[in-house]
Write a protein that binds this ligand. Structure first.
Ligand code: NAP
Length: 247
């Protein structure tokens, strides 16, 4: 058994971790729907990489926080690639602020994208997985959702919410041969980390026993494993990929 020719929807697949997940799954012969919100050009580049690897792929625009856009996107994927077997809920944003200064809009923006987005996408694809009695849902969360972090109460709450959502859905669909897991990265070298100020970077490094930031491939390898048949007895789990960080 292999996942060759299965179809994966990767939300936020145009950049960073999502892009690395796309490359990893393409290597396994998985057909790809690369979701993005606004940057079509980057999504098309990922489609081009997948095509060069001999894999069918398409870029699909949708704001994951909007259920009607998500439903249209899923219809488009079903129409073109025929199915969604693997969902990677990866699209996510941060908008940091201490709670006392955090506006309701900023709270809603992060919760709607990270938590409601995972609900919208999972709900839209689950019926296809249930019908065929096979599926993989993999949620990219964060160690911040496990440990909390000052200035990130909205982000931490959104990711903790996804973890609880993930564990609950895992129990709902376990009998249908669908696994639902979360991968919790620590600090990964993406644009977000590149933009941190040097002193803060040093502080973070001092809290990582491996004394280095993770790579997007460190995360995509775990997502690839959870998507594979080898991981069929793992469900409802949260797996940290964080170099041993203690926040
Ligand atoms: P990134 O480089 O900022 O990329 C974010 C992706 O999400 C982009 O493809 C973006 O598309 C898409 N996106 C944002 N809002 C969206 C929306 N409303 N609807 C659909 N797509 C949307 O992010 P990243 O650093 O790779 O992070 C990916 C995931 O890993 C996130 O869930 C993040 O919380 C988590 N994570 C990251 C780190 C880290 O160190 N980087 C650590 C822990 C967890 P557009 O470009 O078109 O807007």
């Amino acid at each position: 058994m292999s996942i060759h020719n299965k179809v994966a929807l990767i939300t936020g697949g145009s950049r960073g971790i999502g892009r690395a997940v796309a490359v990893r799954l393409a290597r396994d012969g998985v057909k790809l729907a690369i979701n993005y919100k606004s940057d079509r050009e980057s999504a098309d580049l990922v489609v081009g990489i997948a095509n060069k690897m001999g894999v069918e792929a398409l870029a699909v625009q949708a704001d994951v926080s909007d259920s009607s856009q998500v439903d249209i996107m899923v219809d488009q994927i079903i129409g073109t690639l025929g199915n969604v077997d693997i969902l990677v809920n990866n699209a996510g944003i941060i908008h940091d602020s201490l709670l006392m200064r955090m506006s309701e809009d900023v709270w809603d923006e992060v919760l709607n994208t990270n938590l409601k987005g995972s609900y919208n996408c999972t709900k839209a694809v689950l019926r296809y997985m249930v019908r065929q009695r096979w599926g993989r849902v993999i949620n990219v969360v964060s160690v911040v959702g496990i440990e909390g972090n000052p200035g990130q109460s909205n982000y931490a709450a959104s990711k903790a919410g996804v973890i609880a959502f993930s564990r609950s859905i895992a129990k709902e669909v376990a009998s249908r041969n669908i696994t639902v897991n979360s991968v919790a990265p620590g600090y990964i070298s993406t644009e977000i980390v590149a933009d941190l100020n040097p002193e803060f970077k040093e502080l973070i490094l001092s809290r990582i026993p491996q004394n280095k930031f993770g790579t997007v491939e460190d995360v995509s390898n775990m997502v690839g494993y959870l998507a594979s048949e080898e991981a069929n007895y793992i469900t409802g789990e949260v797996i940290r990929v964080d170099g041993g960080i203690e926040l």
